[in-house]
Design a protein around this ligand. Structure first.
Ligand SMILES: NC(=O)C1=CN([C@@H]2O[C@H](COP(=O)(O)OP(=O)(O)OC[C@H]3O[C@@H](n4cnc5c(N)ncnc54)[C@H](OP(=O)(O)O)[C@@H]3O)[C@@H](O)[C@H]2O)C=CC1
Ligand SMILES: O=C(O)C1=N[C@H](C(=O)O)C[C@H](O)C1
Length: 281
C-alpha cells in the first residue's frame, strides 16, 4: 500500500520514546505532523529531523487534536506520554475520531477499549511493548500457557526489571509476561515484581551497560524454581536504547492505516496481531 499522504502525530515529544518514534516516522518517509501534545512543563516548539513541531500543553490538547484532524485527513496518532496521561489522552483521541497507536504503559486497558467501542471508525493498537522479538517472546509465553495450562503449578518465581530512573511505573511488559506465567500455574502478584531504578544496582546486578543506564534500557529477568529447588528456568529480555520499539511503532502505524482503509470490523489490535499478519519489518 502507498503511504504517500499518511501523516503521524507523535505525542510525548520531546520525551525519549516519542522522539525515537518521530525520528523513525521521518526515516520511513511518512509525514511527521507539525503539532504534538506534551506535558505541563514543556517549551512551545521543538525540531525533529528538520520538522518544526508546535507543542500543546494539557489545557489545549483537544483543540490541537481537532486542528490536526482537519490539517491531515489521513492521520494516525502515536502516544508515548505518561501513565497518568494514557486514559485521558485515549478518551480525547476517541472523541476527536482519531485512530492511534499507544505504547504508553500503566493505563487501564479495559477503559481504553470501552472508549474506542463508543467511537465508530476509530482504530487502535494498544501494547506495552512494540519490539518485534519481545512481542514474539510474549506470544510464545502466551501460547505455552494456552497449550499447557498449569504446567508450572507449585513453582516459585522471582521477577526483576531494571529501567532508567525516570520510569514512573512497573514494566508493562513484565506484567503481561506474568499473566502468562499465572496461566501456567504460578501464583504471582504483579506487586511482587522487583523494580530496579538505582543506577548502581542496574549496572552491578542487572549488567546494564553504563552508557544506557540513564538514556534508556529495559532489562527483565524471570527466574522460575520447582518446589524442591531441583529444577530452575531463567528467561531474560534485555534491551538497550529505543530503536527496536520505534521500528515496531511505525509498523503498527502502517498496519492500522491499512485496517482503516479497508474498513475492518475489529477496532483494537495488539502487537501480536501485527506480528501474525507478517507486517513487522
Ligand atoms: N510500548 C513500548 O514498546 C514502549 C513503551 N514505553 C512507554 O512509553 C511511555 C513514555 O516513556 P519515555 O519516553 O521513556 O518517557 P519520558 O519521560 O522520556 O517522556 C514522556 C513525555 O511525555 C510528556 N507528557 C507527560 N504528560 C503528558 C500528557 N498529558 N500529554 C502529552 N505528553 C505528556 C512528558 O512531558 P513532561 O516532562 O512535561 O511531563 C515527557 O516529555 C512510558 O509509559 C513507557 O513505559 C517506553 C518504551 C517502549
Ligand atoms: O519505560 C520504558 O523504558 C519501557 N517501557 C515498556 C514497559 O513498561 O514494558 C517497554 C520497555 O520495558 C521499555
Amino acid at each position: 500500500m502507498l503511504h504517500d499522504d499518511l501523516a503521524v502525530m507523535v505525542n510525548g515529544v520531546p520525551g525519549k520514546m516519542a522522539t525515537a518514534a518521530a525520528e523513525e516516522v521521518v526515516h520511513r518517509g511518512l509525514i511527521l505532523a507539525d503539532e504534538a501534545l506534551t506535558g505541563p512543563d514543556m517549551r512551545d516548539k521543538i525540531e525533529i529531523n528538520g520538522v518544526q513541531i508546535r507543542l500543546s500543553p494539557p489545557e489545549e490538547h483537544f483543540a490541537c487534536l481537532q486542528r490536526c484532524r482537519e490539517k491531515y485527513p489521513r492521520l494516525i496518532v502515536v502516544d508515548y506520554t505518561h501513565p497518568s496521561a494514557a486514559n485521558p489522552n485515549v478518551r480525547n483521541y476517541a472523541s476527536a475520531g482519531l485512530s492511534f497507536v499507544i505504547g504508553t504503559t500503566g493505563g487501564d486497558v479495559s477503559a481504553m477499549k470501552d472508549a474506542i467501542a463508543g467511537a465508530p471508525g476509530v482504530y487502535a493498537v494498544i501494547a506495552p511493548n512494540m519490539g518485534k522479538q519481545i512481542v514474539a517472546f510474549q506470544a510464545m509465553m502466551d501460547m505455552m500457557a494456552t497449550e499447557f495450562p498449569g504446567a508450572f503449578a507449585g513453582y516459585k518465581m522471582v521477577v526483576k526489571e531494571s529501567h532508567q530512573a525516570t520510569k514512573a511505573d512497573t514494566s508493562g511488559t513484565a506484567k503481561s509476561v506474568v499473566a502468562s506465567f499465572n496461566k501456567l500455574g504460578l501464583n504471582f502478584q504483579v506487586d511482587e515484581i522487583e523494580k530496579v531504578r538505582d543506577e548502581e544496582r542496574s549496572v552491578n546486578e542487572m549488567h546494564v551497560p553504563q552508557e544506557h543506564v540513564k538514556s534508556g534500557h529495559a532489562f527483565h529477568t524471570y527466574h522460575v524454581t520447582s518446589p524442591d529447588g531441583s529444577v530452575n528456568f531463567e528467561f531474560q529480555h534485555n534491551v538497550c536504547g529505543r530503536l527496536v520499539y520505534a521500528a515496531g511503532t511505525v509498523d503498527a502505524v502502517q498496519f492500522l492505516d491499512a485496517q482503516r482503509q479497508k474498513g475492518e470490523e475489529k477496532q483494537v489490535f495488539s502487537m501480536i496481531d501485527i506480528l501474525r499478519s507478517g507486517e513487522m519489518s
